[in-house]
Structures are given as structure tokens and as C-alpha cells.
Design a protein around this ligand. Sequence first.
Ligand SMILES: [Zn+2]
Length: 426
Amino acid sequence: MTSPAEAGRGSRRAAPVGHAAMRSANLSLLLRHLHTRGGRSRATLSQETGLSKAAVTSLVNDLAVRGLVQEGKVERLGAVGRPGTEVRIDPGHVAGIGLELNVDYLAVSLRDLAGAARFADSVPTPYALEPSAADGRSYPLDPVLDRAAELLQRALDAADAEGLWVAGATIAPPGPIDYDGSRVRFASNLGWTDVPLAEELARRLGEDSPVLALENDAKLSALAEAPRLAQRGITDLVYLTGDKGVGAGIIAGGRLLRGWSGFSGEVGHIGLDPAGERCRCGRRGCWETMVGFDTVLDVLEADDPTRSGRLPMTERLARLRSLLDAGHAPLHERFERLAGDLVRGAGVLVDVLNPQAIVLGGYFASFADLLVQPVQSALDARLLAADGRVEVSASALGLDAAAAGGAAVALERVLDDPLLAPELEA
Ligand SMILES: [Zn+2]
């Protein structure tokens, strides 16, 4: 991700550079090439990057010393010519961490440089019962941050046990963030305003703290999901994450759309019904009053344990599924309406953004069998032009999407500057 500070560093690169900076830029070029295109021989790397064979050999050695690449199987280039040994990303030494702070759960993900999940964990978000709050709950800062720091520490311990150096951690709070100060501007569903999140977590972790950065949950989820769709040529997508509210991560032309001040995708408060339910934001008929997770739970009995935020999210979703399987009529009826309510907002986004794909994430993904087809059919039926068709699918990453995207973004630091990775001990 590019913060204004990083953009500043980038602009320095555009000036004439010395040998060291040139070397760092070429190391990054080579590492990124292997990261996105997969393992290949030195000869192929030379052809594809325009670097000389001698330079590739020397750079590969530098990357190998830092545990970033390794020798792999032999690549055969047709029937003639010498086979080359494949160079590929080494998954064994460098990792990134993502942490999602959600109203219902905190989730952490540790991923290695090859993108494989090495550790994942989640816990319910601690809250206090408070009759004064609109829905009886509040999320006092300290217990939530303590729990988040514990989860980060578990991921750091897991990395340590596997001999992985952590390039950084990306934290995903459910709301817009301040790129300069690593603060959450506001997270309306947690009731937080202007929280110095990175600083607070770094203080709790002490000297163990990796470099911490913030990015919005829906944006990270979109980034995590984008490579799967890019394989099929999809470069324009809207990722909808369903939790207490609904947020969108927008990828346009292959790039994350942040908006002027990072507020893009705050779609939960699109007004769809002036006579609708009162929203937390004070207005009526916002999209999230129709599709938020709580609106589904509202059809259950008041004492149904599924409604309790003290149960792990995975367990609550499993309980909903078993109620559906048992033929719970009000719940089935609610999901039918939910598909229609999703289309009301998604239709607006389709008209404004013209995406190729809409990905249903968060809790929506757990009920793909009930939502994807009806949403697809309804969007098809309101098409203005045949080539404006949008493909609806469910997130393959589900509740892990934001944390997985966070780990991937943290690894970008080392892809940008491979010299950050420490040399392996001989
Ligand atoms: Zn609202």
C-alpha cells in the first residue's frame, strides 16, 4: 500500500540513483517478477526482465542470502539447449501478518512469502453490555486492544517457532483510517473516534512489535480476492463485506480505489428507503439496516444463543446453518429478502462503477448457496446493456479475507525493498 510517506520515498527513486539504490531497485524487480509469475530459470528471468544474465545471477545470490528465493526443479526450455535450474520464491524465512478488528471477531493471519497460510486464529471481540447504547453493547478500547495485541503476539510466536522473520503487520479496523498517523478516524460500529491504533498496539507488544500499518477491512479483502479473479481477466470488481454493517472494497482497472481521503467504499449508509428503519448514523433506510448481520439474527428468538456476540463467529454461522437445514421458516424467508436487499444496494454500485464482478464476503459468503444465484438473476434482470453483465460469486476466503489481505500487504514492504530482510545465519 502506498501512504503519502511511502509516496515520498517513491518519488526519491525517480531521481538519479547511485549504485546501492539501483541494486535495491533491481532486487525488487526480480523478486516481484518471481512473486507474480512463479519460478523460472535465470535465462528466462534475464529475457523477461531485461537484466543481463550476470546481473541476474548476482541478484539471485543476494536474494538467496536473505532467504527470499531458492533453487527449485529443473526448467526444460524445449528439446534443445541446456536445461536451467528454476529459481523460485523461498517460503521458509519471511512472513507477513494481517489482523482484522471486526465488531464480532478479531482474526489474525500469518502468511509466508509464497502466500501460504502458516498460522490463523480468531476470538470474539470483547464488549461491555451497556443499556444506554443503541443495541446494548459498547466496545471499550482497552479490552479490545489488549485482546488484539494477544492475538498478534500469538502470530509472532508462531512465526518465531517456524523461523520466519516478520516483515510487518497490517491492521484492519472497520472504518476509515488516517494514512499519516496510523489512526482510525472513526469506526461507527465500534463507537470509536480518532484512535491511535498502531501506536496503542505497538506499545502493548513492546520490543516484539513488527512495523504496523493500517488499512480498511473491505479494501484488504478486495486485495486478497483480486488475484483469484485476475487469473480470469477480471480487473474491475466490488467486494462486499457483510458484518454488522456492509462495506465495499473497489478494484478498478486492477488498482485499489481509495478515494481522495481513503473513504471510498463506505456504502453502508447509502440511503435506499427514506421511510425505512432508523440507522445508527441517525438517518433512515441506510443499506446496512437491511443487510447487516444483526438484521438476520432479529428473526430468531430473543434468547437464541446464535445472537450472542460471546460465541465465536464460526460457531454462530454454523448454528444459523443448522437452523436453515432444520427448515427454520422465518430464517429462510429472511434470506430470500436479504438477497433482494443486497440487490437494491448492489444495483446502485453496478450503475456507478460498472464492475465485472461482485464478490460477496464476510457472513454473506457463508450463505452463498442462498444468495449468489438470486442476486445474480436479479442483477441480470435489471441490465441496461448486455455487455454490462456483472458476475456474482462468493469470497473464497470468507472470514479470513481481510486478515489474509493484511498479511499480503505487509509482505509488500519486502517486495519493495528486499534488503529489509535480514541475511540468513551461515
Ligand atoms: Zn446509516
